[in-house]
Design a protein around this ligand. Structure first.
Ligand code: CA
Length: 225
C-alpha cells in the first residue's frame, strides 16, 4: 500500500497497534491522540485517509468529521466505533464519514477496507461500470446483463448510479434518501428498501443473498462491486 494515513485515537495501545500494522504495509502514518491535534492534522497535513475514533478528548470524532467536510476536504474517513453503537455509525455517516469498523476490529478486515479506499482515485470519473455479469453505462443510462438490456425505473437507475459512485462506502438511509430522492418529495426510508429490493431482483445473481448491494443492519447499505 502507498499513501499517508492519519490515525486519530486516544487509546495508546490501539493507536500503537494500528500505526505498526499500517507502517508494515508501507503507509506513512501520522497519529494524534486528541481531537484538536487530530483536526489540525486532518486540515493541514493532507492525509489520503483518516482513521477516526469517536470519543476523543477536546474535540470528538463527529465534530472533526463535520469540520473536515465543511472545509470541502473529501479525504476518505473511516470511523472506529464501539460495537453495538449503530446510532454513532449513522450519525458519523450523516456527517460525512465514508465507512466504519467496529472495535475490537478484525485486522484483515480493517486492512482490506483501508486498501479499497486508497486504491480508489478520488474524483476519478468512470462512465462505464462492470460488476458480475452487469454493465452500467451512466451517460446513456443503460444497464445490460449478460449483454441483455435490463429495464430499470428512473429511481432504480439513480440509486444504482449513486451506489456505483461510492463503492465500499457505508451509506445511511438518510444520506441515500437526500441524495437520490431529494428533500422535495415525501418519502420514507421504507421507499429505499423497496427500491433496493426491486433493484436487487434485476442485478443480483441471488437477490435473497445479495452480493453487490449489501444490507448493513440498523444503518443502511453498502455497494461492493
Ligand atoms: Ca476514544
Amino acid at each position: 500500500m502507498k499513501g499517508r494515513l492519519l490515525i486519530v485515537e486516544d487509546e495508546p495501545a490501539i493507536a500503537r497497534g494500528l500505526t505498526d500494522i499500517f507502517r508494515q504495509h508501507g503507509l506513512e502514518v501520522m497519529a494524534e491522540a486528541d481531537g484538536e491535534a487530530g483536526l489540525a492534522a486532518a486540515l493541514s497535513s493532507k492525509p489520503d485517509l483518516i482513521l477516526l475514533d469517536i470519543m476523543l478528548p477536546r474535540i470528538n470524532g463527529f465534530e472533526i468529521c463535520r469540520a473536515v467536510r465543511e472545509q470541502g476536504i473529501d479525504v476518505p474517513i473511516v470511523m472506529l466505533t464501539a460495537k453495538g453503537r449503530e446510532e454513532d455509525v449513522v450519525r458519523g455517516l450523516n456527517l460525512g464519514a465514508d465507512d466504519y469498523v467496529t472495535k475490537p476490529f478484525r485486522v484483515a478486515e480493517l486492512i482490506a477496507r483501508v486498501q479499497a479506499f486508497l486504491r480508489r482515485r478520488p474524483g476519478h470519473h468512470i462512465d462505464i461500470h462492470r460488476f458480475g455479469d452487469c454493465e452500467v453505462d451512466l451517460p446513456s443510462r443503460t444497464v445490460t446483463r449478460d449483454g441483455q438490456r435490463v429495464a430499470l425505473t428512473s429511481k432504480e437507475f439513480q440509486l444504482l448510479a449513486y451506489f456505483l459512485q461510492r463503492p465500499g462506502c457505508a451509506l445511511s438511509r438518510d444520506i441515500i434518501l437526500n441524495a437520490v430522492w431529494g428533500h422535495a418529495v415525501f418519502v420514507l426510508p421504507r421507499s429505499i428498501d423497496r427500491c433496493v429490493t426491486t433493484l436487487r431482483a434485476k442485478i443480483e445473481v441471488d437477490p435473497r443473498k445479495p452480493r453487490y448491494i449489501q444490507t448493513i443492519r440498523d444503518v443502511g447499505y453498502r455497494f461492493e462491486p
